[in-house]
Design a protein around this ligand. Structure first.
Ligand SMILES: *Cc1c(COP(=O)(O)O)cnc(C)c1O
Ligand code: SF4
Length: 378
């Protein structure tokens, strides 16, 4: 057994553990355990410094998870974009490929709580269907292995999937969406890296939420991936009490860059049943973005996105930099809130109409584009 598998075996993973190790009330512990799996491996557990700190909040269940009646279990309508159980096909040229329901730590804020940890919903037995679906859809050129955490699979199983995908001529890039570099960096072994190299171009998107997660172990794991030619990006979820603060985010993103990890997305927390207590006002995220741009390396700045409820995909949000227009003058402000005007080009530059524009022009019935706050979908 490899070290990471041994660590997994020693995880806190039951209502009983919550009672004995964290002083939970028995009945509450059982109800929480039934709602969503509990697993905290000893590595991640060791990062907790004090009760209710940013690490604790991410991994130790909370009674608030039981309060969210009436909220959607599938806020992103993934299931309606799922042609076969292992595939979410929302965008034209790329798919999510759900390969396992397992994670090495179950994040209390997980968007996919309804499925993750449940092997009736995500199962290796659906993997072949997923590969077949991709083979039959030549428009799909980018595959994102997700789950659960695809690095919960053994190297052997993962290699079978990667080689299956590489046998499909139209598959260009493969991404692994994995939290392992953050939550169980021991999973990134020389053997794994050697295997991944055979299937390039492989990208990894990992998931760090707090600077305390940037440990020497995590740094080593990320560097091993980079050294194997795998570019590593990071997705962060903005969460109340965890990282809803510009200084914390700045420290996190700088530390990630220092580990050769490029911040990619900062997510507004989804409206998920059992995770609503992590949500922050959108203005908090915009304020964080405002305090990053210009104040630190552009490389350290992710896109702040809202994954649109109902399945509209990721929508980027920016602080207001364009203050208005005066004739051909665009009025802008910079990161220090100094005002500048930029004279726009007035002449029409002749260029071919793009396909996107053609498609847009064809939709004659489209309502006039006016801003109607009442009609904004939330
Ligand atoms: C996030 C996501 C992707 C990948 O989006 P990128 O912007 O290309 O990183 C693909 N499919 C689904 C369903 C997603 O949620
Ligand atoms: S690792 Fe990802 S899929 Fe697993 S519980 Fe955390 S957020 Fe959910």
């Amino acid at each position: 057994m490899e070290l990471w598998q041994e660590l997994l075996r020693q995880s806190v993973d039951s209502g009983k553990d919550l009672v004995e190790r964290f002083g939970f009330d028995r009945e509450l512990a059982d109800r929480l355990n039934k709602l969503f799996h509990i697993r905290i491996n000893p590595y991640y557990l060791s990062l907790i410094r004090y009760p209710y700190d940013p690490i604790w909040l991410q991994c130790i269940p909370d009674g608030k998870e039981l309060e969210d009646d009436g909220l959607p279990e599938d806020p992103l309508a993934e299931d309606s974009h799922s042609p076969v159980p292992s595939i979410v096909h929302r965008y034209p040229d790329r798919v999510l490929f759900l390969t396992t329901s397992q994670c090495s730590m179950y994040c209390r804020f997980c968007t996919r709580k309804r499925k993750v940890g449940d092997s009736t919903k995500i199962n290796t037995k659906y993997i072949q269907d997923g590969i077949n679906y991709i083979a039959e859809h030549p428009e799909v050129r980018d595959i994102i292995l997700s789950g659960g955490d695809p690095l919960m699979l053994t190297d052997f199983m993962l290699e079978k999937i990667l080689s299956g995908l590489r046998n499909i001529a139209h598959v260009e890039i493969i991404r692994l969406g994995t939290k392992m570099p953050c939550v169980l960096p021991q999973r990134i072994t020389p053997k794994l890296c050697k295997m991944l190299r055979k299937y390039h171009p492989i990208y990894v998107n990992t998931h760090f939420n707090h600077p305390w997660e940037c440990t020497p172990e995590a740094k080593q794991a990320c560097e091993m991936l980079s050294d194997a030619g795998v570019p590593v990006g990071n997705q962060t979820v903005l969460m109340k009490g965890v990282n809803d603060n510009p200084e914390v985010m700045l420290e996190l993103f700088r530390k990630l860059l220092f580990m050769r990890v490029r911040p990619y997305y900062l997510y507004q927390a989804d409206i998920t049943k059992g995770a609503n207590h992590f949500r922050t006002p959108v203005s908090v995220g915009l304020d964080i973005m405002d305090k990053l741009r210009g104040h630190t390396s552009g490389l350290a700045i992710p896109y702040f996105v809202i994954d649109a409820p109902g399945g509209g995909g990721k929508i980027p949000l920016l602080p207001q930099y364009v203050l208005g227009r005066n004739g051909n003058q665009i009025i802008l402000r910079n990161y220090k809130y100094d005002i500048y005007t930029y004279p726009d080009v007035e002449e029409e530059i002749k260029r071919p109409t793009t396909t996107v524009e053609k498609k847009f022009n064809r939709k004659k019935s489209r309502p006039k584009k006016v801003y109607e706050p009442d009609k904004v979908h939330v």
